[in-house]
Design a protein around this ligand. Structure first.
Ligand SMILES: C[S@@+](CC[C@H](N)C(=O)[O-])C[C@H]1O[C@@H](n2cnc3c(N)ncnc32)[C@H](O)[C@@H]1O
Length: 618
């Protein structure tokens, strides 16, 4: 349950926290906010002398952190977040800004300066609302603020200072201390928001959200206009949010219905059209037509958009336009051997979907098509689209019977024989699909954690070796073994990139359930666990755990990690077509791994197709 109704205003939006700080993540997730973590690459090197007050520096840094993530996500995967939250905490003493200590001596200098004195902790916060414009440019709207808390340190003895520094705690914290853990011992008093010192001013943040989502009522808000049709403009008050939207007594307000449909919250359906009510003494009358929520329209029409993309890919429209500049519908029809009339309709639909551009009756690829849809582009998802058209489409057509039967008997449903599924043609297509999707997410997986200390890695179920190449590019010392079934390994040669030091990668065939695992410091299971039934899953994890030496080895998992409420649509839509296995939340993965002796489990939400989990036995 959400304690604060303003947090619920963010439900259904793609919210990103541009900070790797586990403390900020905890503060926000504890109040039920669902968000992805995409740490900012913005370097905290703004010239402090340019700011008239230290808090302005913290606010600007927070803003730049959030904007960097918003721009990167928009550019990189064309998945623009709705909101990016950036934060920066600094400690100031007599106008000097103390950030994170560089080393133990620096930590000592900071803490001894703070000893016996009162200092200020400022956290600058930026809330960036993002929107992708029609020309694919990113439009951002920044709201920022800061919070100050005053903290007084006790007089600290040399011994206490060094004991604290030797604990390692000061190193990643502004001012060199963490109030929420050992550093709490140094603090005599706190004036202001405690969580601000921990790293995020939650109370001020919620107040800001309330200002954004519940603008203060104006004098004229509850006014009645007596035109030919009387109408009422009204802003809901905070307490309205918790009310059941289906309540028949709820008054219908056209403006609200529109904004609700835009923000995917509940909106009155046709049954409320004739409702009347009294709000703040003003009688409201029904006001005009009911808008079908855009969310629902999108869902009802979604299959047409998918099929348009699939048909254009299957007919190789994007390939024909590659390197050709703009072509008229007639010329494209000729190249794809199709009717001019039908081609023109398909092309116009692609323009409407942002896949093609049209100028002077001629069509050309958009940047999105050039990057992802041309079949030989570096990051092409063409093979995945063809797989979706030829297989997933049929799969989903039989969804009702799969639900009724409780299993996905897709061979039967799709009229396919074992030969279709296990034959060489299927294997090669399967490998192409895996290869193209992993190419897009591999970099984020291998950089989610610093893996440089692992000299050898073994990618179990590593298929074409995409992750192995990314690992050797990122970690120049690492040797990687790709372990997969013999029929996969014998086909890997055609997937090897030209520019790669393949001497550090070996391909080994075997069955990870039956055979001994190759020796390695780092085991990788990418998109393997979610597919396994419980008995095989535990068997495999037991084997990996036995092969891992405490303190030396680790297990890296790449999967979609569900939010705790299990509402992530992409994972749930994928689950619907899975016959065995299941998608799991972060807590479920932690419990599963703890059961197999991995007592340190860290999760990174990458914002890309797969998230990363690093599990270590201490
Ligand atoms: C869903 S794919 C994932 C491929 C790749 N790791 C990725 O992240 O895209 C599962 C991989 O595990 C391999 N695999 C399945 N069962 C296996 C087994 N018993 N032993 C070895 N590899 C297996 C499959 O051949 C396939 O390459």
């Amino acid at each position: 349950m959400l304690l604060n109704p303003v947090i619920s205003k963010l439900a259904g939006k793609r919210v990103v926290l541009a900070s790797a700080s586990p403390r900020r993540q905890d503060i926000l997730s504890n109040v039920g906010l669902r968000f992805e973590v995409v740490p900012s690459w913005f370097k905290e090197t703004l010239d402090k002398s340019l700011f008239s007050a230290p808090q302005e520096y913290a606010v600007e840094t927070a803003k730049q952190k959030a904007l960097e993530v918003a721009r990167r996500m928009h550019m990189k995967h064309l998945k623009t977040p709705d909101i990016v939250i950036g934060a920066d905490t600094i400690v100031t003493l007599e106008d000097a800004i103390l950030e994170k200590p560089l080393d133990k001596q620096d930590a000592y200098n900071m803490l001894s300066r703070l000893s016996g004195k009162e200092h200020s902790v400022f956290t600058g916060v930026a809330i960036v609302h993002c929107k992708s414009q029609e020309d694919n440019q990113l439009d951002t709207d920044v709201i920022d603020f800061y919070e100050e808390t005053k903290v007084k340190f006790a007089d600290l003895s040399e011994d206490l200072l060094w004991e604290y520094i030797d604990s390692g705690e000061p190193m990643d914290k502004a001012g060199g201390y963490g109030i929420q853990s050992l550093g709490g011992m140094l603090v005599e008093s706190v004036h202001g928001d405690f969580l601000n010192v921990v790293g995020f001013p939650l109370n001020h943040f919620c107040k800001k959200l309330a200002e954004i989502y519940y603008p203060p009522s104006k004098q004229s808000i509850h006014r009645v206009k007596h035109d030919s049709i009387p109408y009422v403009e009204s802003f809901e008050d905070l307490s309205d949010v918790e009310k059941d939207c289906s309540s028949p007594s709820k008054t219908y307000d056209k403006k609200k219905a529109k904004s609700d449909s835009d923000s995917n919250t509940c909106s009155p359906g046709p049954s409320t059209k004739h409702a009347t009510g009294i709000q703040n003494g003003v009688e409201e009358k029904p006001s005009g037509t009911v808008h079908l929520p855009s969310k629902l329209i999108e869902l009802m029409d979604g299959f047409k958009a998918s099929k348009t993309l699939f048909a254009a890919s299957k007919l190789k429209v994007f390939d024909k336009l590659k390197d050709k500049g703009a072509l008229k519908a007639m010329d494209i029809a000729d190249k794809i051997n199709a009717s001019v009339h039908g081609t023109e309709r398909l092309l116009d639909a692609c323009v409407a979907l942002g896949l093609l551009e049209k100028t002077h009756q001629a069509y050309s690829n958009t940047e999105l098509a050039k990057t992802f849809l041309v079949s030989d582009a570096e990051f092409s998802v063409h093979d995945f689209i063809i797989h979706s058209n030829d297989h997933m489409w049929t799969h989903f057509t039989h969804l009702e019977s799969a639900v009724v039967e409780g299993t996905y008997s897709h061979h039967k449903a799709c009229g396919r024989t074992a030969e279709h599924v296990h034959g060489p043609e299927f294997k090669e297509r399967f490998m192409r699909v895996i290869h193209c999707m992993l190419k897009i997410t591999a970099q984020d997986i291998v950089t989610a954690f610093d893996l440089s200390k692992y000299g050898t890695a073994c990618d179990l179920g590593g298929c074409t070796g995409t992750l192995a190449h990314e690992l050797t590019w990122t970690y120049p010392e690492m040797q990687v073994c790709v372990f997969d079934l013999p029929e996969i390994i014998q086909n890997v040669s055609k997937f090897q990139p030209e520019k790669s030091d393949s001497s550090r990668i070996i391909f080994t065939s075997g069955n990870f359930l039956d055979d001994a695992l190759p020796k390695a410091n780092l085991y990788i299971l990418s998109r393997v666990l979610h597919d396994l039934p419980e008995d095989k899953l535990h068997h495999l994890l037991r084997k990996v755990s036995e092969a891992c030496n405490p303190g030396i080895s680790a297990l890296l998992i790449a999967e979609i990690v569900l939010d705790e409420e299990k509402k992530e649509p992409r994972a749930l839509l994928q689950s619907i077509s899975m016959s065995e296995g299941k998608q799991r939340s972060g807590t479920e993965y932690k419990k599963l791994l703890e059961k197999h002796g991995f007592n340190s489990v860290q999760i990174r939400y990458t914002g890309n197709l797969l998230d990363a989990i690093l599990a270590v036995k201490r």
